[in-house]
Design a protein around this ligand. Sequence first.
Ligand SMILES: NC(=O)c1ccc[n+]([C@@H]2O[C@H](COP(=O)([O-])OP(=O)(O)OC[C@H]3O[C@@H](n4cnc5c(N)ncnc54)[C@H](OP(=O)(O)O)[C@@H]3O)[C@@H](O)[C@H]2O)c1
Length: 300
Amino acid sequence: MGSNNKKKVVLITGCSSGIGLSLAVRLASDPEKNYKVYATMRNLEKKQRLLESVKGLHKETLDILQMDVTDPLSIQRARDRVQEGQVDILVCNAGVGLMGPLEVQGPEEMRRVMEVNLFGTLQTLQAFLPDMKSRREGHVLVTGSNGGLHGLPFNEVYCASKFAVEGACESLAILLQQFNIHVSLIECGPVNTDFLINLQKTEPGDSSLDALDPLTLCLYQRFLMHCGMAFQNAAQDTEDIVKVFLDAIRSPEPAFRYYTNGTAPPLVKLKNTKVDGLEYIREMGKHTFLQAQEENHDHI
Ligand SMILES: NC(=O)c1ccc[n+]([C@@H]2O[C@H](COP(=O)([O-])OP(=O)(O)OC[C@H]3O[C@@H](n4cnc5c(N)ncnc54)[C@H](OP(=O)(O)O)[C@@H]3O)[C@@H](O)[C@H]2O)c1
């Protein structure tokens, strides 16, 4: 876009709730009116929450478009409805979770996570990168996760999808620097959103667990306790995440990774210092299973 007096055009995926919604509201309500936001969501019937959050401010700075990241036609239609004909800042945020013992996950559920988190992100990038490349300008931001940086038990498929996104983004960033296009991953720990509600989670009483061995079942219960405590003690609000997005968006030289809290960097360091990988695996096992046991006076 280049000129300072023009609004930056931002397109965000997954704006029906959570991080995407908060970011869309913040950018559309920018006091300087620096941004024109295209807030996209797969189901427009959910747009009321966003409209209520912007409180009538939306006329000049916000448009809501239908976009399902798993449907290339829907992505193209959304792209073609951007009035300015270009997107300066693309935020790939849409994502879904899946939690439970791997043995009980059905093929459909596993595929859905990969379809949304990995292929959805890749297909969105495919649609918007050619224009950014031809203009030699752009910023791609991706909502990353600590689960994309280090493994988490009972999150195998989610972590696989988010690790894959990390690999795709790092690979692209090497190329895109030649086009003056920045790529930034906003690495989030637990955040208070609808993610846990929308998450496909195997519940403790679920009949799919009947055939599971008792040790895995016991460890899963401990993990759920650990996870509940982690969310209770450490979950950030979306406003905290939005601040990190804003730092990245406003930076003239954006970093490749931003961490929304301090938990991931030491774990990543632990993982990378000992290249055989065992130290992280042992530590995470103790942290997840023993801590939950101690705090609940539970015994296998
Ligand atoms: N919350 C956390 O603890 C946490 C931690 C680390 C990373 N993250 C990441 O943050 C991102 C946003 O999640 P959130 O926490 O804000 O959860 P959220 O409130 O559940 O928001 C997820 C958004 O993704 C959308 N979405 C799902 N499938 C889609 C599809 N096929 N096409 C377009 N949109 C789709 C959802 O739309 P519907 O309403 O239609 O389902 C929703 O708008 C995700 O990438 C997630 O992995 C979250």
